[in-house]
Design a protein around this ligand. Structure first.
Ligand code: ADP
Ligand code: MG
Length: 355
């Protein structure tokens, strides 16, 4: 059964901005779901609607099977973590973590003591109870913000770009930590980020948002390998996109004319002769100089090369100002800037996506 359910959520702010537009989303108990999309697409508004800080213009929110659309935040069983941590600066770590339970007034002092100690263990900061937030590093403050949110054992944990202000190394470490803690507590989690890499790394499922709408929801592999729309393909990872017109359709495949070339690509039932279409090819799908000729082969020149650690990225100029991005595992198919090469890709690895 879904633990959080959004049905037809729409939010129009006073002044007219349509921030969220008819969003449906069901999240299972214990699931980690990420809302991801560019700045301004409505992620924070959606999260604040779940928390009760925003009231939707239309639609309903339910948590744990109860319709909470009209309930204020303090009557919802949610814990929230913000990008800027928002710890209470004049309170000790103990008081920050105990806060939610103190406000609810349904725990004895001993229970609060035990819970605070357990939660500080969980975030691996058992020794800092008496400090104030200004005596902690950024990463430690973030752990305490997480401890404060989960200490009252809410039904749902809501996180709005919680790692955005941490440097890359610390952010990656905290991503793993966050997943460990989330799984240990088994708490239903909604995570918001504009960082596609973070969304792909962390989530059981991700919901890709664009202009207030969810374009696709699914596990990271599915959304990456089988994007439903051009926007999703382009936003997640790197995509080579060929825009053209469908020239022929057969079972499962179609030929798309893109200027001077034709690409044979897989389609999922939506290709119609004469209509415009986009073809997505992921950079790791190309083969280099495999001797093939004919369809789905692109001749080109390496214009740019960069090492990404375990892989190498090439930018290949291939006719009519077209630039293709190709990624190869380090140590295989090494090429240099200026080299001529031939790129080929199977029709199976070219996918027609909706507009
Ligand atoms: N309180 C507000 N009043 C008016 N417009 C707002 C308010 N908060 C956000 N918006 C607008 O709503 C849209 C979505 O914002 P937001 O949910 O913050 O997006 P995101 O978190 O994806 O960056 C943006 O156009 C933003 O400017
Ligand atoms: Mg936001």
């Amino acid at each position: 059964m879904s633990d959080i359910a959004l049905s037809g959520i729409t939010k129009r702010y006073p002044g007219g901005v349509l921030a969220v537009d008819d969003v449906d989303l069901e999240i299972d108990r214990g699931e980690f779901v990420t809302l991801v999309g560019p700045s301004g697409c409505g992620k924070t508004t959606t999260l604040r609607t779940i928390a009760g800080f925003e009231r939707p213009t239309a639609g309903t929110v339910s948590i744990g099977g109860v319709d909470v659309t009209d309930a204020p935040p303090y009557e919802r069983s949610t814990g929230m973590v913000f990008q800027d941590f928002a710890l209470f600066p004049h309170m000790t770590v103990y008081e920050n973590v105990a806060y939610g339970m103190e406000v609810r007034g349904d725990h004895t002092d001993e229970e609060i003591d035990t819970r605070v100690a357990e939660t500080l263990e969980l975030v691996e900061l058992p020794g800092v109870a008496d400090r104030t937030p200004d005596q902690l590093s950024g990463g430690q403050q973030q752990r305490i913000a997480l401890a404060r949110a989960i200490a009252p054992r809410p039904e749902a944990l809501l996180l709005d770009e919680p790692l955005a202000s941490l440097d890359k190394k610390l952010r990656e470490q905290m991503q793993l930590e966050l997943r460990r803690i989330q799984e240990e507590v088994g708490i239903t989690t909604v995570f918001v980020t504009h960082n596609q890499e973070e969304a792909l790394t962390l989530s059981d499922r991700l919901a890709v948002m664009n202009e207030g709408r969810i374009e696709q929801v699914g596990p990271p592999e599915t959304v990456y390998d089988e994007p439903d729309t051009r926007f999703v393909a382009d936003f997640l990872g790197t995509a080579n996109l060929f825009d053209g017109t469908v020239a022929a359709v057969e079972d499962g495949y179609a030929t798309v004319g893109c200027g001077d070339l034709e690409i044979r690509a897989r389609h999922r039932g939506e290709a119609t002769v004469g209509e415009s279409a986009s073809v997505v090819v992921r950079p790791e799908r190309f083969a280099i100089d495999d001797g093939r000729t004919g369809g789905n082969v692109f001749e080109g020149t390496v214009r740019f090369k960069r090492h990404l650690g375990s892989s190498v990225e090439y930018r290949v100029e291939s006719g009519n100002d077209r630039e293709l991005v190709v990624v190869r595992r380090s140590g295989t198919d090494a090429r240099s800037v200026g080299d001529r090469l031939s790129l080929s890709v199977d029709a199976e690895d070219c996918l027609i996506v909706g507009a």
